[in-house]
Design a protein around this ligand. Structure first.
Ligand code: HEC
Length: 168
């Protein structure tokens, strides 16, 4: 074999080794197709607009995370709203928002100023819209257990063990 042939063979071998090495590396990180964002809302455009307006007027984002948005200045460990509509239905939410004392429905472990406030004084149609809007915040099944876990840990401050869901 001539020297130039050896060089070419050497290059081909190096390229092959690199290709296999890169493939092996990529294989380590890719776990099938990306399942995407698990949260979605099935609200109509109109409900979304009206619900979102009340959510902002009432400053729910002072304590809650929704669509990754929250007030960065307050660190209240309130459950996330994303996916909560898969744990609570519209009727439950309406009753909760209408309660003079929400902690009689869902006990709090927090200082009074951080607890879920009563929205009983909001007009009934706004409470209904809000309940419908929050109930529309769903999570896909493959992420449901994560939402239950996060909610449980926020509400109790304890570590979640499978099956310990709080939803009443
Ligand atoms: C002062 C902070 C604060 C504000 C403002 C607030 N919340 Fe809450 N919310 C909480 C806390 C904390 C909890 C958990 C229960 C508790 O500790 O009272 C909670 C619980 C909830 C729950 C029940 C979550 C679950 O696990 O089932 C929903 C739904 C909810 N809030 C929606 C809202 C909406 C909608 C608004 C605005 C209209 C709002 N909250 C405003 C602090 C707040």
């Amino acid at each position: 074999m001539r020297r130039s042939e050896k060089v070419i063979l050497g290059i081909i071998a190096a390229v092959l080794v690199s290709v296999f090495a890169i493939k092996a590396l990529l294989g380590q990180y890719s776990q099938g197709p990306d399942p995407g964002v698990p949260f979605y809302s099935d609200a109509s455009e109109d409900l979304n607009r009206r619900g979102n307006a009340i959510y902002h007027e009432q400053n729910c984002k002072k304590c809650h995370v929704l669509r990754a948005t929250r007030d960065m200045t307050l660190a209240v460990p309130a459950p996330a709203i994303d996916g909560i509509g898969s744990l609570r239905d519209e009727t439950w939410l309406f009753t909760y928002f209408s309660a003079e004392n929400p902690q009689s429905i869902l006990p709090s472990r927090l200082k009074p100023e951080y607890r879920m406030p009563s929205f009983a004084s909001l007009p009934e149609d706004e409470r209904r819209t809000l309940a419908k809007y929050i109930a529309s915040m769903k999570v896909k099944d493959w992420y449901l257990e994560e939402v239950k876990k996060a909610e449980y840990e926020k509400l109790t401050g304890k570590t979640y063990t499978a099956g310990a869901a709080l939803t009443q």
